[in-house]
Design a protein. Structure first.
Length: 238
């Protein structure tokens, strides 16, 4: 009995000794590998990456307003008509056409805002009309670019057309739909490449004044709460 008990004790001693030996070996290996593969932070970086801050990048991205006197005469009317295809789910553009989810857009270019009788415009558009009573070229461009950002609260759910050339072609084509009497302004050197961008807080020269004086909008020119609406999943305007 005594020999059997002693042999059992020796067995557990061997197991514990093996575990301690293994743990010791692991610690030794860690220490040795740390000394062999030790890395030292270089005193000087190999090369410098010049990444401009956001404020500098923003200053470089200042964009001049569109020079309508230059771009409209050369606009692609066929491309503008093709761009209007995305609006047809919500708008008509023919003379005497009925309102849809959005108002009829015949003679919208240069027309007064909210002049489509019987259409339920949003309160946001009513407020915007007090600040910008006419759909001149700049107003249409800003609105079509990002309706919800330019007129916060508008019923128009369209995300907007970010491509400037597409907007120019679309507006040029809309002008041919009952707005031919709305004049194209003369080329404006202040809006052309090489001209200095407006200083901070200074508004760019307005294009609507000269255009309105040169050619008044038709008396029955309807305006739109949404000059262009995307055809995908249009939301009814209440």
């Amino acid at each position: 009995m005594r020999r059997r008990g002693m042999s059992g004790d020796l067995k557990w001693n061997k197991i514990m000794g093996a575990c301690l030996g293994t743990a010791f070996a692991i610690l030794v290996v860690q220490q040795v590998s740390g000394m062999v593969y030790h890395t030292k932070q270089p005193e000087k970086m190999g090369y410098f990456v010049d990444a401009p801050d956001e404020s500098a990048a923003g200053a470089a991205e200042e964009v001049l307003p569109i020079d309508w006197g230059t771009v409209l005469p050369t606009a692609d009317l066929a491309a503008g008509e093709a761009a209007f295809a995305r609006c047809q789910a919500c708008h008509t553009v023919n003379s005497g056409g009925a309102d849809g989810i959005g108002p009829n857009l015949f003679a919208v270019v240069g027309g007064p805002a909210m002049h489509r009788a019987g259409f339920a415009y949003s309160d946001a558009m009513s407020k915007h009309k007090a600040e910008a009573p006419t759909w001149n070229y700049d107003e249409l461009d800003h609105f079509i670019n990002a309706p919800g950002r330019y007129v916060p609260g508008t019923k128009m759910s369209f995300a907007g057309i970010r491509d400037e050339k597409t907007r120019i072609n679309l507006i040029a084509w809309l002008r041919t739909q009952g707005s031919g009497g709305y004049a194209i302004p003369a080329p404006d050197p202040a809006r052309q490449p090489g001209a200095a961008a407006p200083a901070e807080g200074e508004a760019p020269a307005a294009e609507g004044d000269a255009a309105t004086e040169a050619g008044s909008a038709p008396a029955d020119a309807p305006a739109a709460d949404a000059p262009a609406t995307q055809a995908t999943n249009p939301a009814p305007q209440a």
